[in-house]
Design a protein around this ligand. Structure first.
Ligand SMILES: Nc1nc2c(ncn2[C@@H]2O[C@H](COP(=O)(O)OP(=O)(O)OP(=O)(O)O)[C@@H](O)[C@H]2O)c(=O)[nH]1
Ligand SMILES: [Mg+2]
Length: 452
């Protein structure tokens, strides 16, 4: 209530003046023994009533807004797919706004592609160095012929690679986020290099920054010139062998864009929606996205909060959210945290989910768990199933029951945990799940508002 008062007094600037002059008038009248001036008292009462009415209207308006507003927070490990889910929500409800953003993502696609190339070349150089050591068996880059081919490609690609730091710096507004990738199976040397691609300013605003426009255009020109070399590097037999035998893990975006380099290298290239779902740009802080959601009971304003990285601390700022959507990337079952190489990423996801689910400040929020990155590849790796067949449904069920039993054991509020398997890069499948999750959230929200 107190928050309305300054506004009311702003709208009635004369109130305090009037009241004080009224009281001084009353005081002076009283001193002459005439009692309060009835006209002045009536006027003061009218102003006061009018302010009360204004406050009531404001409160009613706020109440309607609150009923017509749905707040969702997206949480989960770094790289779990939160920003990709946010884009899927946008695609579902406001596809024209996502469409309008497509040109702004060009700089990120170029940066993702260059980063993948640089990672490959660094690994290749390391392997070549190893192979030259007389104590080691020949690695995946066998033979002087392969070495020379790769060195020639590297020479061709250097002008493109040199642009990486400029693109990265434009995206992070000059702030450098160095350090290892967020998760990796790789040896420490492999995981250690490079600068992270972090978005610290709205992409749309980069169109107004001349240096960002110049850097993007230079990357486009360099890529057009080097497309053949990028493709040759990606398809080189030694690189394929390196990826296979050393389990070189590129970002999801890396292999996707490398596979499609000729399309991306077109001078009039504009990222597709598919590209937008594959790009990797780390989120910093909390980004609020609003979108109208039309239902049979009217239009609601959905506010979706995309929280960067693993930040359970943010949860306490969102005690009035309707639902909490937690993403756990199950393809990361064989990966470990960069900050703690002994902690498995699935174990970390379970702990993070429990920290959020047991937070009393969030006890009124509905809980949705998306077991993401549930593509077919998970079945290729998991072999320890005893007598059970090593197929997708068995592997998926294993993860589902793992999360569900941890939740059931520890969650004190007896909330239902709604679980879905998702592959956030699959538009059709994700849109079906979004519809089902939204339906559940809306039904609860409407029921709750009806009870108030
Ligand atoms: N293959 C595959 N890739 C996915 C899936 N979901 C997300 N990705 C990719 O994973 C990468 C990371 O996704 P983001 O949405 O940026 O992850 P995030 O949780 O927002 O990460 P932070 O901003 O660092 O907290 C992106 O390149 C996505 O395209 C999925 O289901 N399958
Ligand atoms: Mg993000």
């Amino acid at each position: 209530m107190s928050s309305y008062l300054p506004r009311a007094s702003r709208r009635f600037p004369g109130r305090s003046k009037y009241s004080s002059s009224s009281s001084s008038c009353t005081a002076s009248s009283a001193s002459y023994g005439h009692g309060p001036d009835p006209a002045a008292t009536l006027a003061a009462q009218r102003v006061s009533d009018s302010i009360d009415e204004d406050i009531r209207k404001e409160a009613a308006l706020q109440d309607v807004q609150r009923r017509k507003q749905v707040k969702i927070i997206l949480l989960g490990q770094a790289e779990s797919g939160k920003s990709t889910l946010q884009k899927q929500f946008q695609l579902y409800h406001s596809s024209q706004t996502l469409d309008a953003e497509r040109p702004s993502w060009r700089i990120v696609v170029y940066a993702n592609l260059i980063k993948a190339m640089r990672t490959i070349l660094e690994e290749v150089e390391y392997e070549i160095g190893q192979a030259r050591s007389e104590y080691l068996a020949p690695g995946p880059i066998a033979g002087a012929g392969a070495e020379n081919e790769i060195f020639a490609l590297r020479r061709e690609l250097l002008p493109l690679i040199a642009l990486e730091s400029t693109l990265t710096s434009q995206l992070s507004d000059g702030v450098s986020f160095s350090g290892p990738r967020s998760s990796s199976l790789l040896a420490p040397r492999q995981a250690g290099g490079g600068t992270r691609l972090v978005g610290t300013r709205p992409l749309g605003s980069l169109r107004e920054v001349p240096e960002a426009v110049v850097a993007t255009n230079r990357a486009a020109q360099a890529l057009e010139m080097c497309a053949r070399a990028v493709d040759a590097l990606w398809r080189h037999r030694s690189v394929k062998e390196l990826i296979r035998s050393r389990k070189l893990r590129l970002d999801e975006s890396g292999s996707f864009f490398m596979n499609d380099v000729y399309r991306i290298a077109q001078p009039d290239y504009v990222p597709s929606i598919d590209d937008l779902l594959h790009v990797r740009l780390q989120t910093v802080g909390v980004i609020e996205h609003s979108m109208p959601v039309r239902t049979v009971s009217g239009t609601y304003l959905w506010k979706i909060y995309d929280v960067g990285g693993t930040r359970p601390a943010w949860a306490s700022f969102f005690d009035d959210v309707n639902a909490l959507i937690f993403l756990a990337p199950i393809s990361a079952f064989d990966q470990y945290l960069e900050e703690d190489p002994l902690t498995n990423r699935i174990a970390d996801s379970v702990q993070l989910l429990l920290a959020i689910a047991t937070n009393p400040l969030l006890k009124n929020a509905q809980l949705v768990l998306l077991l993401n990155k549930a593509g077919v590849q998970i079945r290729e790796y998991i072999t320890s199933y005893g007598n059970r067949p090593n197929n997708f449904s068995n592997a998926a069920e294993y993860f589902r029951s793992h999360f569900l039993s941890a939740h059931k054991k520890k969650e004190p509020f007896r909330r239902t945990l709604y679980v879905h398997f998702t592959a956030m890069i699959d538009i059709h499948a994700t849109q079906v799940i979004i519809a089902s999750v939204e339906d559940m959230i809306m039904r609860k929200h409407i029921a709750k508002c009806g009870l108030l």
